[in-house]
Design a protein around this ligand. Structure first.
Ligand code: AHG
Ligand code: MN
Ligand code: MN
Length: 350
């Protein structure tokens, strides 16, 4: 990249906006505020070892999981970066039971933001990559400050989705339906700079499967067979295993190298662990826009109708041929879909 021709995130978004003559600029300003929040979270993540931000806060979120200090920080930073912009009618966060209307003192807008402020919480204290995930919908109800209906839209209606990965560098990756673009934060100028234009999952891709095999004993026979086949020597075998335990990091690798990421339903968690609105849907939009496939094991993830804000859903996403193979296997083996698949999720906790 030439020093004289950097494409910053703001330039990229403004140029995209010009393709839509009726655009008001609200969408541009929304994405720029998300980027600002991402920089603030990134700064805090980088200082995590030297300031008092590591560890838990002796509280549990709506899923019964221990809340980390960085979860709370990221959640508040995102809300505060966006509450006053006049672009949103409401937000919904993985960390809050109910959706969050824009406060009365600020103007309300036409968009809805769903977000996982800090993804990969269990990796915070061990200096492993974590992230932030976001999903943007257009308001569909007549409620000025949003309603549940605005939040519970199928993923195919997303206007944009993205994630920030706080890794060896900080990157923001997003799609607004015209491909996937990756920007790397250049800390010396404080800007996200286009580093990965038009990201595509390579095909043929690396043979990598990514799944928490600690759940093996609770898996269905079909899920075990699938993984055994990938580990084996046969035509559909020869895979390596890679599992980080941060969805953002596992999907980022899958986008760049290819492979299949899975979080299936099992006997303990019939709909798996991942949340439809804050994790599965935005990642499915990105993966599809990069030429990959995303399924719950039976249904295209983007077609699943959410029933509640905190629905969970089985996830199979990545290289199209691998996902097609997995779904074919899971649905054909015993003529029935895998545990929880196609159910449209449920709100139960682990
Ligand atoms: P979060 O930190 O937002 O709760 O998400 C954690 C998720 C996701 O990042 C990851 O893919 C998955 O949990 C890992 O779950 P296991 O530890 O069960 O493998
Ligand atoms: Mn998460
Ligand atoms: Mn989270």
């Amino acid at each position: 990249m030439s020093e004289y021709s950097v494409v910053t995130l703001s330039r990229h978004i403004i140029e995209e906006q010009r393709l839509h003559p009726d655009a008001t600029g609200a969408f541009t300003s929304l994405l720029m505020e998300i980027a600002l929040a991402a920089k603030m979270i990134s700064r805090q993540v980088n200082k995590a070892g030297i300031t008092d931000i590591l560890g838990g806060i002796d509280d549990q979120n709506v899923h019964g999981e221990e809340v980390q200090k960085l979860d709370v920080y990221a959640d508040r930073v995102l809300f505060k970066a966006l509450d006053h912009t006049g672009t949103l009618c409401c937000l919904a966060s993985e960390e809050h039971e109910s959706f969050l209307p824009i406060p009365d003192k600020f103007p309300a807008g036409d968009y809805v933001l769903l977000y996982d402020p800090l993804d990969g919480s269990s990796n915070i204290d061990v200096n492993v990559s974590i992230g932030t995930i976001f999903s943007i919908h257009r308001k569909v109800s007549s409620a000025e400050r949003g309603s549940l209906e605005d939040c519970l839209q199928p993923g195919r209606r997303q206007l944009a989705a993205g994630y920030v990965i706080y890794g060896s560098s900080t990157m923001l990756v997003y799609t607004s339906g015209t491909g996937v673009f990756g920007f790397t934060l250049d800390p010396s100028i404080g800007e996200f700079v286009l580093s990965h234009p038009n990201m595509r999952i390579p095909e043929p891709s690396a043979k990598v499967y990514s799944v928490n095999e600690g759940n093996w004993s609770a898996w269905s026979a079909e899920q075990r067979q699938l993984v055994e086949e990938m580990r084996g020597e046969g035509e559909h075998g020869g895979f390596s295993g890679r599992y980080i335990g941060s969805l953002v990091a596992d999907i980022h690798r899958t986008l760049l190298r290819g492979g299949i990421f899975m979080y299936p339903g099992d006997a303990r968690m019939p709909n798996g662990k991942l949340r439809l609105l804050y994790e599965a849907s935005p990642m499915a939009f990105i993966v599809e826009q990069a030429g990959g496939r995303a399924s719950d094991g039976a249904t295209r993830l983007l077609d699943v109708q959410p029933r509640g804000l905190h629905d969970r859903i089985p996830v199979f996403m990545g290289t199209s041929t691998f996902v097609d193979r997995a779904v074919g296997h899971l649905t054909a083996t015993l003529g029935s879909p895998p545990v929880g698949a196609g159910a449209g999720g449920s709100g139960e906790s682990r």
